[in-house]
Structure formats: C-alpha cells, structure tokens
Design a protein around this ligand. Structure first.
Ligand SMILES: Cc1ncc(COP(=O)(O)O)c(C=O)c1O
Length: 386
C-alpha cells in the first residue's frame, strides 16, 4: 500500500514537544527536535487500535513475540544475528545510557564521545556526575572523519571507562564503515574501554555506505542501543532495547535499571514495536525515498541560494547539519533570530559540543510543503541579516 507522506497532519495542540512548546510564537515551523510529522504505518495504527479497544491497561510484560520481532529485524534488515537472550528492555535510549553509565562507571570517571554529537550524551553523562572526554571529528568541509590518533590517546587514558559511539552519527549523518568500526573496536579492547553503540538511527540510511552494526564486529565488549522510535516515528511510545552477548554486562545493566526503578513496558509500546518490525518494512522503504528527496531538495536549495553556507550531505537520518559560520553570528544568535524574525525553530550547533559552534541542525522529517515553507523563511531571515 502506498503511504502518503505529503498528507498534512495538524500536530498543534496534540501535546507535541515539537509543535506545542515554542512560547510566544504562534506561527512556527519546527525544524528542531528529532521527530517526524508523518502518520505511523497502518499496521502499527491497527495494532494500537486493537489494543486500545481491549480497554484494560494494566501492567504489561514482554511476550516472546517482542523478542522475536527485535531479533528478526536485525536478521532480515541488517543481516546480523542476535540472540533473543541478549535483549534488555528500556523505556528509551537515554534511559538505557543512564543505566549503562551507572552500571559501568563511577562518579568522576570519563566517558569518550565523538563531537559534535547528540546533545543528550553530554547531559546524561554530566547529570550522572561523570566527565566528558571528547574525540573531535575532523571536518573537511564536505564530511567528517575520525581522528584515530586522538581517539587512541584518549581511550588509553585510565580515567576513560566507556565510549559512546553514535552509528549512524547524529548530527553529522555519517554511517561508519566496517574498517572504521573495527579500528575503534580494537582500540577499545586494547585499553579496556566498553563500547556503547547508540544505533537508534540505523534504519534511516540512504544509498551511500551501508550501516554496519557494531555488534557484528564485537557483541561482547559492547552494548548496542536500538529502538523503532526514530525509524517508525514512535518516540512518544517509549521503548528501546539494549543488546549485548556479554552475560555479565547484561546482569549489571539489569541491576542498574532496577536501582533506577525503570518502569515496565508501556502496553502500547510493546504492540507498536511488534507491528513495526514485523509489518512496517514497506512503509519504511517508502519513507526512505521521501526523506532522500527532502534531503536532495534541501541541499539543492541551500547550494543554489547560499553558496557561502556548507551543507553536509548526510548518508543517514533526516537531520541536516549546516555550517553557517559565514553568516557571521554564533549558532545561538542565529537560531534566536531565525525563530524570532522568521518563525523557524532549529537546533543551534553549539549544543552538540564546541565543534558545533556556528552550525545549525535542521530536521527535515516533514512534508515537502513544510520544508519549502521553512526554507523560504530561512532565506528571508538570512537576507534580512545582510
Ligand atoms: C542518537 C540518539 N540517541 C538517542 C535519542 C533519544 O532516544 P530516546 O528517545 O529513546 O531516549 C536520540 C533522539 O534524537 C538520538 O538522536
């Protein structure tokens, strides 16, 4: 069945974090937080409707069908075998990261991340009293590469206990290659650093390099975090999984979840994950076509109208990372002006670390009409700044 990604769903007044939280500005195009404006796939909606009609919403448990759906998806979509016993539920990837930090590090320990990177890595590490060690990615203007010498120097620092990999990488849209992951894995093994692979964006990969699961390289010195939430736009249903073949790691993570009082699964999240992974593939394939067209539209627009701004063309995700340093303002000031003067809400690059200063992250997981409106407003705002 063909899904209509151009269909406009009015998300205002739906308690949407993306659409309903911009104070004082009525007419806003939200191109910030990473959720998409598309309706979920029909099989997911049907599964939720069926569960809703049941009418009783007591505590849920995870049936075999849940574990089957997760492990089958790894196999059929990513050609990677994982055992059902390796899966540990969490209500979100950030909740998973917090539990992992508590399980494997002590306050004051350092955690390695590759900046610019997803802002909640910073906050989750520091909120838990741990310290950040940054391995800054090298930006050659078109893409980003790993500085392996710097990575090894930092991984060998005895204070570093964990490395959080973002694969594919938010915000730079990079899909890491097998050789790169192998090298990271070797270095981490050598220096006894545990790898946490945040692979929440793994399904949103275009026709560039294929996504390689870190677990296909090393499933023992690693914990991989996944969720259908980005792929199928289900972030509000709160479900994610941690995968590790290491029994001792699994035990420690479970203890940390218990200590945090992490809740049982949400009844709707369970149904949604099963339906998404078992029946959502057709929708996802169509979504990827639409997102790629959005990406190409965005890139052509910016390159044509603003040759001074450098757009990183992502291999993955619906997040566009734009080097706006030539605009002459910091990313906070630029974002503020885009919001106040043009009604476009974006993410300022500085929240992804100092390496993001002067950059803006745009979410293009929206209808083409909204994208065109957002870009038109962006153009006006930049023109007014000259
Ligand atoms: C890399 C990455 N990890 C985790 C999350 C959030 O995951 P969750 O909503 O499951 O906590 C996001 C959301 O944008 C993300 O981009």
């Amino acid at each position: 069945m063909k899904h209509d990604f151009d269909e406009v769903v009015d998300r205002k007044n739906s308690n949407s974090f993306k659409w309903d939280t911009t104070p004082h500005i009525e007419d806003v195009i939200p191109m910030w937080v990473a959720d998409m404006d598309f309706k979920a796939a029909d099989p997911i909606i049907r599964a939720l409707e069926k569960r809703l009609r049941h009418g009783v919403f007591g505590y849920a448990h995870l049936p075999d069908a849940y574990y089957d759906a997760e492990s089958n998806w790894w196999q059929k979509r990513h050609h990677c075998r994982i055992e059902k016993e390796w899966i540990v539920f969490s209500p979100g990837v950030i909740a998973a990261l917090a539990a992992i930090l508590q399980a494997f590090t002590e306050p004051g320990d350092h955690v390695l991340i590759q900046s610019p990177v997803y802002n909640s890595f910073y906050s989750t590490i520091t909120n838990n009293g741990r310290k950040i060690m940054e391995n800054e990615l090298i930006n050659d203007g078109l893409s980003y590469e790993i500085d392996f010498d710097d990575f090894e120097a930092k991984a060998s620092d005895k204070r570093v206990k964990l490395f959080i990999l973002c694969n594919p990488h938010n915000p730079v849209g990079k899909v890491w290659k097998k050789e790169e992951l192998e090298r990271l894995s070797e270095i981490c093994l050598k220096h006894e650093v545990i790898v946490v692979a945040d692979e929440i964006h793994r399904d949103l990969v275009f026709d560039g390099p294929p996504y390689v699961p870190f677990a296909s390289i090393d499933s023992t010195n690693s914990i991989t975090c996944t969720s259908p939430s980005k792929t199928f736009n289900l972030a509000g249903l709160k479900m994610a999984n941690m995968i590790t073949a290491n029994e001792a790691y699994k035990k420690k993570i479970k203890q940390a979840l218990l200590a945090n009082g992490v809740p049982d699964p949400n009844v709707f999240g369970v149904e949604a994950l099963i339906a998404a992974y078992n029946e959502g593939e057709e929708w996802l394939d169509q979504l990827l076509v639409y997102l790629k067209e959005n990406r190409d539209y965005f890139v052509s627009f910016l390159r044509e109208r603003f040759p001074g701004l450098k757009v990183i063309v992502p291999d993955s995700t619906y997040l566009m990372w734009v080097d706006c340093r030539s605009a002459g303002t910091g990313s906070e000031e630029l974002s503020r002006r885009l919001l106040e003067e043009a009604g476009v809400r974006v993410n300022e690059g500085i929240i992804y670390g100092n390496a993001g200063e002067g950059f803006i992250r745009f979410n293009i997981g929206c209808t083409r009409a909204v994208l065109a409106d957002g870009l038109g407003r962006f153009e006006q705002a930049i023109a007014a700044m000259k």
